[in-house]
Ligand binder design. Structure first.
Ligand code: APR
Length: 241
C-alpha cells in the first residue's frame, strides 16, 4: 500500500490542477452512515419511499421520520481525518476544489475553502409551498420543523427527482475537463450526474486516484491507482507523503 500511496502522492504533486469527488464514505468515520453499505441509510429507509421530492410533497411527515434520524447524526458530527487531510492538501496547493455529494458541511468545517455541493446542504431549510427560508439552527428544537404557513419545511438538500444546482453542475464539469488528477473518495459512484465527473476527467487525460474500503465499478475501468481502506487513514498518509 505504501508504494501506491507514494505513487499517488507523486501524481498529485506533479498535477497543476487536482480535484476531488467525495461521497458519504468520507463522513462514515464521523459517525454518519453511508447509503449503500450493509449498514447504510438505504438499508433502513427505501429511497424510493423516503428520498424523492414526490414522497416529500405527498407525505412530508413520513419523510421526516428518515430526516429526523439523519438530523440527529449530523448535529453532533465532527470533521474526521479525511476532511482535515483534504483541507491540508488544499492548504499545500495540492487540491484545487472538492466536489462533494455530501450535505453535512464537514468539508467546510474541516477547513476546506473551495467546495462544490452537488446535493445541497442540510444547514438551511425551505418551504416548498410558500418559498420561505430558515436556517436549521433556528428550527433545531422543532422536529419536524414547520413554516409560518404551517407546512413542514424541507432541508435544502437535493432529493431524487430534483435538479442539481446548475452552477455546481457547470463549474464541476469545467474543472473536471481541466483536471490533471482526480481523487475519488468514499463514493460508490452510482448516482448521476455526480458519477460522470470521473469519466470526464479521465477522458481529458486526468489520472484517477480512488480511495474506498471496497472496489466500485470505477476500480477496474477508470481508476489508475486504487487505495483500498478507510478514507481518514489513507488521506492522512497521502498528506504525509
Ligand atoms: N472509507 C472509505 N470509503 C468508505 C468508508 C470509509 N470509512 N465507508 C464507506 N465507504 C465507501 C463504501 O464502500 C461505498 O463505496 O463509501 C461509498 C459510499 O457509497 P454510497 O453509500 O453509495 O454513498 P454515495 O456514493 O455518497 O451516494 C451518492 O446517493 O443516495 C444518494 O444523495 C445520496 O449523495 C448520495 C448519493
Amino acid at each position: 500500500m505504501q508504494t501506491l500511496v507514494q505513487e499517488a502522492a507523486k501524481i498529485i504533486s506533479n498535477s497543476k490542477r487536482t480535484l476531488a469527488l467525495t461521497g458519504a464514505g468520507v463522513s462514515v468515520e464521523s459517525g454518519i452512515p453511508d447509503f449503500r453499505s450493509a449498514t447504510g441509510l438505504w438499508a433502513k429507509f427505501d429511497p424510493a419511499e423516503y428520498a424523492t421530492i414526490d414522497a416529500f410533497r405527498n407525505n412530508p411527515e413520513k419523510v421526516w421520520n428518515m430526516l429526523r434520524e439523519m438530523d440527529a447524526l449530523l448535529k453532533d458530527a465532527e470533521p474526521n481525518k479525511a476532511h482535515i487531510g483534504m483541507a491540508q492538501l488544499e492548504e499545500m496547493g495540492c487540491l484545487h476544489t472538492i466536489i462533494t455529494q455530501n450535505v453535512d458541511n464537514l468539508h467546510q468545517e474541516g477547513g476546506s475553502r473551495k467546495v462544490i455541493e452537488y446535493h445541497g446542504n442540510s444547514s438551511t431549510l425551505s418551504c416548498i409551498w410558500c418559498g420561505k427560508k430558515y436556517t436549521a439552527e433556528e428550527k433545531r428544537d422543532e422536529i419536524p420543523p414547520k413554516c409560518q404557513c404551517e407546512k413542514l419545511l424541507k432541508p435544502d438538500v437535493v432529493f431524487f427527482g430534483e435538479a442539481i444546482p446548475v452552477n455546481a453542475l457547470n463549474e464541476s464539469y469545467q474543472l473536471a475537463a481541466s483536471a490533471q488528477a482526480l481523487i475519488v473518495a468514499g463514493t460508490s459512484a452510482l448516482v448521476s450526474p455526480a458519477n460522470s465527473i470521473p469519466e470526464i476527467a479521465k477522458s481529458k487525460g486526468a489520472k484517477i486516484i480512488e480511495i474506498n474500503k471496497e472496489e466500485t465499478h470505477l476500480t477496474d475501468n477508470v481508476t489508475d491507482i486504487f487505495l483500498q481502506g478507510g478514507a481518514g487513514e489513507i488521506i492522512s498518509a497521502l498528506v504525509a507523503e
